[in-house]
Design a protein. Structure first.
Length: 105
């Protein structure tokens, strides 16, 4: 029983060693962030040592996406207002045609 001092638990894929919490964190890092950019609450992955790698998420990119989202929301609102205006114009024209046709009879 001299070799029984290993921790019990699930075994890792490589060599049957115990799966440590650090291994679990590295697995999650690779699964959720396959490009290797840094994520909050996770350590630096090996691929993050690449010069020019930007941390994730980039605050400037978030701000730009918010601006685009606001612009698209405004565009959708304008389109909906244009459609409602055309529907009201159509209903008004149909009502006028209907009343003119009824008065000629």
């Amino acid at each position: 029983m001299s070799g029984d001092n290993k921790k019990p638990g699930p075994t890792g894929a490589a060599g049957g060693a115990a799966f440590s919490p650090q291994d679990a964190m590295e697995f999650m890092q690779k699964m959720w962030n396959p490009l290797g950019v840094t994520m909050p609450a996770f350590g630096l992955p090996a691929a993050a040592a690449v010069p020019g790698a930007m941390p994730f998420p980039n605050p400037a990119a978030i701000a730009e996406l918010k601006i685009i989202e606001n612009w698209l929301t405004m565009s959708v609102s304008m389109m909906q207002m244009s459609i409602k205006t055309m529907e009201l114009q159509k209903a008004s024209l149909e009502a006028m045609r209907g009343s003119m046709g009824a008065s000629k009879k």
